[in-house]
Write a protein of this length. Structure first.
Length: 158
């Protein structure tokens, strides 16, 4: 989202009218709850061009579109790739430099998110025995209604 404060044409004309009437920029800033730079830039633009309209195409042109097909393709082909890796792949293939943040924004806009597999080390039988012994030693277990779960499941408890 851009940092400029959005002013509709009506508000722009009211500000210019007050400036032409001789009201100070500080008072106008307080009245409309604007920063001084907004009022100053609007006044400069009006004096230079006689218009209050924003010029079309301001800002740096985008290197990628919201639905960049190649970026989506390489992201789908390698679902575990990070945004940095995808940025490097895009540069190698197309010669377009794109920031890591831009890549992640574009992918989020198309509904793609990085999937990193969870690392799960299977326990050996020795590890299971050691963990069970530790739990028993520290009295860690499942309790239901004040009784251990294992005693609830014993044959005589039913």
């Amino acid at each position: 989202m851009s940092n400029h404060q959005c002013l509709d044409d009506g508000m722009r004309w009211r500000i210019v009218g007050r400036l032409e009437a001789g009201q100070s920029q500080i008072l106008i800033c307080r009245k409309f709850n604007l920063t001084p730079s907004v009022v100053c830039n609007l006044w400069k633009q009006f004096k230079d061009t006689g218009s209050i309209e924003r010029k079309p195409g301001q800002g740096h042109p985008r290197a990628t579109t919201d639905t960049d097909p190649y970026l989506s393709f390489i992201a789908r082909r390698n679902r575990g790739a990070t945004a940095s890796q995808l940025s490097r792949d895009l540069y190698a293939a197309t010669g377009t430099r794109v920031l890591r943040v831009t890549v992640s924004k574009r992918l989020h806009e198309t509904g793609l998110f990085t999937r990193r597999p969870a690392v799960c080390v299977p326990l050996t039988s020795t590890n299971r025995r050691v963990r069970l012994a530790w739990c028993r030693e520290h009295k860690i277990g499942v309790w239901i209604n004040g009784r251990p779960f294992s005693s609830l499941m014993s044959p005589g408890s039913a």
